[in-house]
Design a protein around this ligand. Structure first.
Ligand code: ADP
Ligand code: GN1
Ligand code: MG
Length: 369
């Protein structure tokens, strides 16, 4: 066993797990936290698994507030799921407490750790493998929002202020551009122009939320496909995970971020841009599933603005990747040089393709009015 594994097992031992700690290994493809799969052996010889996470406290400046959100939201979801005859141990995240009390561990070096029960017999996909999976994820994300529609929004900490405030994101992008810390801006003038040409678009949702024209809801805000567990056998969306960004927001953020990632015919970091486009069949499937999952709670304006939600979440994410590239890749984990630039380019290619297909996207959404 190497030093890292023994350290991780030592940390795991501080949580209220069942059985004997057996192994711990890196897990998943998230861009933010460090995630590990912990396996324990029960006296019956059966295995019991957990997710151990080192929370990214550079990104989340208030890990305590964040964990308060997660404990509150998961308890609320579990209660509703139980009342509706579901299985709260599988259909919601279960936070594993620390021995002696509390829901997270703070180490002397300032790192924060938490643990969840592993959702068994379920898969999180990094690409849409079968269209039905994407549809089921839509139903589940819509339903998630519906379940939280009477959650006390005022009790939530804003874990990342202005997370989907596209105008704020644009301003941060401009600051990164002005500073040009790594002198990279000269090589990406085309991408920079792409953003600046769409400055007006950035205002659409923010302004409507600010004026009360769009309802503020409790939303997930990070609804990419690998943030949902689908049942291995039935393919149904069973558990929404990665609750770090549950905050007041717009339904269009959740809808749009899923389209951004899942309706892309290519991967988020695809280098061959000929493979990147917005698949209208997947777009239509997700739209149907999300509206169904929301169970009639979306208003007419929200339905009309679904294509705008998709476009703006994609533009915003591309802008964030580009800003991170300009600043030296501090925010998103990268696995190769230029990774954030590749990601930015796929987002902008998606935006361009959506603009070309705008009429069709609107027709698909308007069908649900
Ligand atoms: P990040 O914020 O870095 O994206 P996530 O919380 O999304 O971290 O976790 C990363 C990956 O780990 C997920 O995409 C999923 O595959 C897996 N994962 C996270 N929590 C669980 C869980 N409770 N059960 C099973 N798999 C999980
Ligand atoms: C991050 O944490 P993860 O990998 O699920 C990011 C999202 C981006 C996404 C792009 C807290 O999501 O906002 O849309 O990467 N999460 C945070 O893939 O910034
Ligand atoms: Mg994630």
């Amino acid at each position: 066993m190497n030093r890292e594994e023994s350290r991780l097992l030592h940390i795991s031992g501080k949580f209220e797990t069942d059985g004997e700690l057996e192994s711990v290994e890196p897990h998943g493809n998230g861009h933010i936290n460090d995630t590990f799969l912990l396996t324990c052996a029960l006296p019956s010889k059966a295995k019991c698994r957990y997710i151990l996470q080192r929370m990214n406290h550079e990104v989340f400046k208030d890990p305590k507030g964040l964990m308060e959100n997660i404990v509150g939201v998961t308890a609320f979801l579990q209660k509703k799921i139980r009342e509706q005859g579901g299985d709260p141990r599988r259909e919601a995240l279960n936070v594993i407490p620390v021995r002696g009390g509390g829901f997270y561990l703070e180490e002397e070096d300032g790192t924060f750790w938490r643990m969840y029960r592993f959702v068994e017999d379920a898969v999180s996909y990094d690409v849409v493998d079968r269209p039905e999976h994407f549809y089921e994820s839509a139903v589940a994300f819509g339903h998630f929002q519906k379940l939280l529609d009477d959650y006390p929004a005022e009790s939530l900490h804003e874990t990342i202020p202005n997370f989907h405030n596209t105008v704020d994101r644009l301003n941060n992008f401009k600051k990164a551009l002005e500073a040009d810390a790594l002198k990279r801006a000269g090589d990406v003038s085309e991408e920079i122009r792409f953003v600046l040409d769409r400055e007006e678009d950035c205002h659409v949702l923010c302004d409507m939320l600010a004026s009360g024209d769009l309802p503020l809801r409790v939303t997930h805000n990070d609804t990419k496909l690998n943030n949902i567990m689908l049942d291995r056998v039935t393919g149904k969306g069973i558990c929404v995970i990665d609750l770090d960004t549950v905050m007041p927001g717009s339904a269009l953020y959740d809808y749009g971020d899923s389209i951004r990632f899942g309706a892309n015919t290519g991967a988020e970091d695809e280098r061959d841009l000929a493979k990147v486009s917005c698949d209208l069949e997947l777009f239509a499937l997700y739209t149907k599933g999300f509206i169904e999952g929301c169970g009639g709670s979306l208003c007419e304006k929200e339905i009309l603005l679904l294509p705008m939600g998709a476009k703006l979440m994609t533009l915003e994410c591309g802008m964030r990747f580009l800003a991170d590239y300009l600043e030296g890749d501090h925010y998103f984990k990268i696995h190769r040089p230029g990774h954030n630039l590749d990601r930015c380019r796929t987002q902008f290619r998606m935006v361009k393709d959506m603009e070309n297909k705008w009429g069709q996207m609107q027709a698909i959404a308007e069908h649900y009015l």
